[in-house]
Design a protein around this ligand. Structure first.
Ligand SMILES: Nc1ncnc2c1ncn2[C@@H]1O[C@H](COP(=O)(O)OP(=O)(O)OP(=O)(O)O)[C@@H](O)[C@H]1O
Ligand SMILES: O=C(O)[C@H](O)COP(=O)(O)O
Length: 408
């Protein structure tokens, strides 16, 4: 068992996982190259291998379940390529089953023998998976009803999705014996230890495109006075700049509109009025007629794609003096090599600082690349939103469900 606040969460040591058929929820949601659909980074896939190896060595048959992207987004793809990468790291075949809970998937699961591993397709192909609801409601979903009948137990290793109260995260522990996987256990134990109140100043570097998540996180951090500075980049920074009354130019406004995040400006305004220590970029790298130029944030004519060099310097100076730096969400469109500088320079400043560093998020951890990291100084988390909500003191639905779930 691991204790997190009031929760006691079972681990693989607490349930009998011998010669069983186990449904394992992973989070292998990875950055995808928009044009080719190829995986840009496999860090999250690699992170699950210890859990899978341990379960296989105990004679179990494994049914792997994960999401990739969100319906309508360019990274919403099937999991066939993910299963090939898993096969390579696991050193045995992970058969891709192009189904989630239909007759083909259910029959393949029934036929599974000890030591075999299959990967079901993107669980967000099932419409129920996009519903946020309490565990008892999700226990009655088609997904949970159908899959729980053909497996013996459930292991949740998806720390990075633990903040989603969706069927594949919270429904199974209501009906079958369940536990946390080793990655979930490692993340929760490490983060609870690192994030203590003595470390200061705490600097959060927040970017990326999940602005609604990030504003909710900033509201939490601000309410609990957990952040000394919040340095913004990505689309998040643009929303706060508009909230501060700055003019980003028509094209950038249209992009924010297309992402459906302009409507979040009033919420950002409220966060600022509440005194959240939010900083925004003073310059950007923009794309203008196919060229990359640097522009001051007071005079923007191109399309914003990354923070600029002056912002890198100012943000880096805050980071160098931090006792703890948490980075989640890239500063720019890192799928394009030309716009990775902002993210990589701030990551470097954090690694060179005197403090501890936590890096999280599917895209942000892809910026780390081959950098050699000292585990005594850096925790690379697979979580993005989940990481920050956990650090901000929010109870994560998937952890709560495991804590209250069926014990064998
Ligand atoms: N200025 C920008 N304009 C458009 N997109 C941006 C910009 N800056 C960053 N992005 C996009 O943000 C996305 C990553 O955001 P996201 O919030 O998913 O970060 P993350 O590190 O993957 O965290 P998580 O794991 O929680 O998803 C990338 O696809 C990147 O292209
Ligand atoms: O990348 C993440 O943060 C997790 O995979 C959760 O993805 P989501 O924000 O689409 O639920």
């Amino acid at each position: 068992m691991i204790r997190v606040g009031e929760l006691s969460i079972p681990t693989l040591d607490d349930l009998s996982f011998l010669n069983k058929k186990i449904l394992v929820r992973l989070d292998i949601n990875s950055p995808i190259e928009p044009k080719s659909g190829k995986l840009l980074d496999d860090s999250r896939i690699k992170a699950h291998i210890p859990t899978l190896r341990e379960l296989i060595e105990k004679g179990n048959a494994l049914v792997l379940l994960s999401h990739q992207g969100r319906p309508g987004d360019s990274d919403f793809v099937g999991l066939e390529e993910h299963s090939k990468v898993l096969s390579r790291y696991l050193g045995q075949e992970v058969e891709f089953v192009e189904d989630v809970m239909g007759p083909y998937a259910l029959n393949r699961i029934r036929e599974l023998r000890s030591g075999e591993v299959i990967m079901l397709d993107n669980v967000r192909l099932v419409s129920e998976e996009l519903i946020e609801a309490p565990p008892d409601q999700h226990a009655r979903s088609f997904l949970v009803n159908r899959l729980s009948k053909v497996v013996n137990s459930f292991v949740n290793d998806a720390f990075a999705t633990a903040h989603r109260s969706q069927p594949s995260l919270v429904g199974f522990p209501v009906v079958i014996p369940s536990s946390a996987g080793r990655l979930m256990e490692r993340e929760v134990s490490a983060l609870a230890k690192i994030f203590n109140s003595e470390t200061s100043p705490k600097v959060f570097v927040l970017g990326g495109g999940k602005v609604q998540d990030s504003i909710r996180i900033i509201e939490n951090l601000s309410k609990r006075r957990l952040a000394d500075r919040i340095l913004t980049g990505g689309l998040l920074a643009e929303v706060f700049m508009i909230a501060k009354g700055m003019n980003l130019g028509k094209e950038n406004l249209q992009i924010l509109e297309r992402h459906g995040i302009l409507s979040l400006v009033p919420r950002a305004k409220k966060v600022l009025l509440a005194g959240a220590p939010v900083e925004v970029p003073v310059d950007f790298r923009v794309e203008s007629q196919g060229n990359v130029i640097e522009e001051s944030s007071t005079r923007i004519s191109g399309i914003i794609k990354d923070v600029g060099p002056t912002t890198e310097e100012i943000y880096s100076s805050f980071i160098r003096d931090a006792g703890l730096t948490v980075l989640r969400g890239p500063m720019g469109v890192i799928e394009d090599e030309r716009f990775r500088r902002g993210s990589s320079s701030l990551l470097r400043a954090a690694l060179e600082s005197k403090g501890y560093v936590i890096v999280g998020g599917g895209h942000m951890i892809s910026v780390i690349g081959e950098a050699q990291l000292d585990p005594a100084k850096v925790h690379v988390s697979t979580g993005g939103g989940a990481l920050l909500l956990f650090l901000a003191g929010e109870s994560l639905p998937a952890l709560e469900a495991l804590s209250r779930g069926v014990k064998a």
